[in-house]
Design a protein. Structure first.
Ligand SMILES: [Zn+2]
Length: 261
């Protein structure tokens, strides 16, 4: 299908949408909106793939979120390559969300890095981009710095830093490496990222919701939805002093290029 809007990162597969998932997808189809439905572990990755198989306007990712590495007490998740391989289809457009999360202790940096590297290798093997999740410890850029150091050893891998909250110099490093950056609801009520948002080249920026989390104004505090991505997109355009329609078209082109849609 052809579409006019895209939310490049949502979790329509999550249980928060069990009551009205189909209604939201139908409304999205009506207005020509697509989304990439993101997996965070074995179960939610399989659900993303299934949803994508049912709907033209849904794409999927498969992978393990860095905070989901502990399967059960004392037992670490290993990247089950055969399992994730079995999920691949033309509708699977990225590996992830994967990366590093140092925000809430306790966490195991070494285990996170191990799992991240396995997913980078998986992405390279299948020539897929990465959907990256990086969250640094308070007041630092540590998760971004470690992720960029790891990615420096993988010259041919590309992708997108989802829910970008890094500083301008991290943004510059990521763009130099060929990675795009996507922004979410918080930019509609916090101006902390404005300078960084203005600094990113037009072909390297995108909008997303991360629904059901982090709803933009005017829905702040409620469940988020891919339908709200326009609030993020319009705000990004306003911060950058660009025309909203033109910005939406440009970011859609960016998504098509990065994810091969
Ligand atoms: Zn997410």
């Amino acid at each position: 299908m052809t579409f006019k809007h895209i939310d490049i990162h949502s979790h329509l597969n999550f249980s928060q949408f069990d009551e009205d998932r189909e209604a939201i997808i139908a409304e999205m189809k009506d207005i020509g909106m697509a989304t990439i439905c993101v997996g965070t572990d074995k179960k939610t990755s399989a659900e993303s793939v299934e949803l994508a198989a049912q709907h033209d306007n849904i794409y999927a990712t498969v992978g393990i979120h860095p905070t989901h590495i502990e399967e059960s007490e004392g037992k670490w998740e290993v990247f089950d390559e055969a399992y994730y391989e079995s999920l691949l289809s033309p509708k699977v457009v990225a590996v992830g969300e994967c990366g590093l999360d140092y925000f809430r202790p306790p966490f195991n940096k070494e285990k996170q890095k191990e799992l991240f590297i396995q997913q980078i290798q998986f992405a390279q093997k299948h020539q897929l981009p990465l959907m990256l999740h990086c969250r640094s410890s308070k007041g630092t850029q540590d998760a971004y710095e470690d992720a960029l150091d790891i990615l420096a050893g993988s010259p041919d891998v590309k992708g997108n830093f989802h829910f970008f909250v890094g500083d301008t110099s991290i943004a510059e490093r990521a763009v130099e490496k060929g990675f795009t950056l996507s922004f979410d609801g918080p930019i509609t009520f916090a101006s902390d990222y404005d300078e960084t948002i203005k600094s990113i080249p037009a072909d390297m920026i995108m909008a997303e919701t991360d629904a059901p989390f982090a709803a933009p104004v005017p829905h702040r505090g409620k469940r988020n939805s891919p339908l709200f991505v326009t609030f993020v997109s319009d705000r990004l355009a306003d911060i950058r002093g660009e025309d909203r329609e033109a910005f939406r078209a440009q970011t859609l082109e960016n998504a098509k290029r990065v994810f091969g849609l």
